[in-house]
Design a protein around this ligand. Structure first.
Ligand code: C5P
Length: 233
């Protein structure tokens, strides 16, 4: 059984100078997420550093391309030591299947997560790109594509967790960014809930960036989010 601290991925969207001091200043955090902002600045070194410190690494590149390009990129990235990895479910089942096959070949322990509708999207953003179904229906539709293609989990906002859990039960991991306590600014996120509410709605993991990494004392911010969720840790 995972502790609540082990169910938070800290999103390391920071510059190269802050990376190592920040991770060291967060001894209670065990799971970290690297995306383009940090990877473009320090490359594979970030992953190696985290691994050396015994941390779990989530590589979040949200791949979306033609199947061959997606599979080749996924294989190379997963081989760097990813424990979790993302693809866009909008790429469709055939594209995602190729990624799943490639990652199973190169790093079978890596969990593949399908990104449904970004948490920075609401229904009017969807409409602007020609999708007229509701956000919740679109998330369910994409999650169905993901399960058919063999992903291990779905990334959605905390607001879609209940219908996802209802439909897919314990067969998937549910990972949710868009975490904000009621008093925190939403930044560019549109579909948010607190960590506690996300857990109540069925999240397996939460991804939290700015509320922790931009706090004056990141460890304190991390621990207070855990405490707010009623951990008893
Ligand atoms: O700073 P904040 O807590 O908003 O960071 C959320 C993190 O989760 C960012 O790194 C962002 O790229 C990522 N993410 C997201 N929405 C998704 C998938 C990932 O915000 N659907």
């Amino acid at each position: 059984m995972k502790t609540l601290s082990e169910r938070i991925f800290v999103a390391l969207d920071v510059d190269e100078n802050r990376f190592e001091p920040l991770v060291k200043s967060l001894p209670s955090a065990t799971h970290f997420k690297i995306g383009f902002p940090l990877f473009l600045r320090i490359g594979p070194r970030g992953i190696e550093t985290l691994k050396r410190m015994g941390k779990k690494v989530f590589l979040d590149f949200k791949l979306f391309d033609i199947p061959n390009t997606m599979a080749e990129a996924a294989g190379s990235l997963a081989a760097l030591g990813a424990d979790f990895f993302t693809v866009h479910l909008s790429a469709g089942p055939d594209h995602i299947k190729r990624v799943v096959e490639k990652i199973k070949e190169t790093r079978p322990e890596c969990r593949i997560l399908g990104v449904s509708v970004l948490t920075s999207f609401n229904s009017s953003n969807l409409e602007r790109i020609g999708i007229t179904t509701s956000v919740a229906d679109q998330v369910l539709k994409l999650a169905q594509i993901g399960t058919e293609a063999g992903v291990d989990g779905i990334v959605s906002s905390p607001l879609e967790l209940k219908p996802l859990r209802q439909r897919f039960g314990d067969s998937l991991l549910y990972v949710t960014p868009g975490i904000r306590s009621a008093s925190a600014p939403p930044d560019d996120q549109k579909r948010t809930l607190s960590f506690r509410e996300a857990l109540e709605n069925g999240a397996s993991y939460a991804v939290i960036g700015r509320p922790i990494v931009q706090a004056e004392d990141p460890e304190r911010a991390f621990l207070s989010i855990v405490a707010e969720a009623g951990s008893g840790e």
